[in-house]
Design a protein around this ligand. Structure first.
Ligand code: SF4
Length: 318
């Protein structure tokens, strides 16, 4: 969702949507135009970000802090998940120059934690895993001390594709479960709940103990609390270490409507339950996204005081 639609009064449909938003989803805009420099950089280097393509509500905040999530392998997805606003279209060939340009952007932004995701490329034999390898290696060449986090598609659970990504040694392997078992067929396109769990378990087996596995759920799609707890237990059974829980927001009128707005105190309760289940880091809150303040959730990088902030308040302080 365009941040301006959330954070500022608008006209027409936007105003109706804004009025329906609960208070905890309304925020003031960061002052200044610091986010504009990322937009310029992204345009100049012909890159895509999931911040823009998914209409993330945190774009203004994250970009003002100099953080963005690069989306590689084009901006055309071969799937059509009902929650997602990334366009579905026949994909273009991979851009062999993209790895170097992502690395250049990470250098110019001074990133210490680089998050890389992609569209789903079911048209490619390896699902784009080789391209992930190239991007990870290009970033590491330029920023050897940076933490590298990948947020990957399911690669149709091909062992070779997952192994290829792990071979490039990212620090964090993130694959989102997105929603509970019952709602998965209606919400995700050509994905399966068990396949995603298998991807995560496979990644952990291949990368442990140097790899952190991470996953996330969107809430507010009509799931019950018991179903959320079941999904969290399933993720722990797949050895997932880091969890994100956020509120689903309808990015465009063509996407699924919100079934429920989850109050911050329910996120706090779920975060406590997740920590009891053994997750090492949990970011839970209405505006949490899988890459929101990702550096704070890195096990080696976040002091305890930051961990305690990674939770329920969308107005997280540095
Ligand atoms: S939460 Fe992630 S996708 Fe959203 S603006 Fe921040 S970095 Fe981009």
């Amino acid at each position: 969702m365009d941040p301006d639609r959330i954070e500022a009064a608008a006209a027409g449909d936007g105003a109706r949507q804004h009025r329906r938003l609960p208070e905890w989803l309304r925020r003031s805009l960061p002052a200044g135009n610091a986010h504009g420099s990322i937009r310029t950089l992204v345009d100049e280097l012909r890159l895509h970000t999931v911040c823009q393509s998914a209409r993330c509500p945190n774009q203004r905040e994250c970009w003002s802090r100099g953080a963005a999530t690069f989306m590689i392998a084009g901006d055309r997805c071969t799937r059509s998940c009902r929650f997602c606003s990334v366009q579905t279209a026949p994909p273009l060939p991979l851009d062999a120059g993209e790895p170097a340009r992502v690395a250049e952007a990470a250098v110019r932004l001074g990133l210490r934690h680089v998050v890389i995701t992609s569209v789903t490329r079911d048209d490619l034999e390896d699902g784009g895993a080789g391209h992930f390898q190239d991007v990870i290696r290009a970033v590491r060449d330029r920023l050897p001390d940076a933490v590298i986090e990948v947020l990957v598609p399911d690669f149709q659970d091909r062992p070779g594709s997952i192994a290829a990504v792990i071979a490039a040694r990212p620090h964090v392997f993130n694959h989102n479960l997105e929603t509970v078992r019952r709602l998965t067929p209606a919400i995700r396109s050509r994905a399966s709940y068990d396949r995603s769990l298998s991807v995560l378990a496979r990644a952990w087996k291949l990368g442990a103990p140097d790899l952190a596995t991470k996953s996330g759920l969107m809430l507010g799609l009509g799931e019950t609390e018991d179903e959320v707890l079941e999904a969290m237990r399933d993720l722990r059974s797949a050895d997932v270490r880091i969890l994100t829980l956020g509120q689903y927001l309808q990015p465009t009128p063509a996407n699924l409507p919100v079934a429920e707005y989850i109050a911050p105190d329910r996120f706090a309760d779920l975060r406590a339950a997740a920590l009891d289940m053994g997750f090492r880091r949990v970011a839970a809150g209405p505006l949490v996204r899988s890459s929101y303040r990702a550096a704070d959730a890195w096990p080696g990088g976040a002091p305890a005081k930051v961990e305690s902030n990674l939770c329920t308040d969308p107005k997280i302080k540095d």
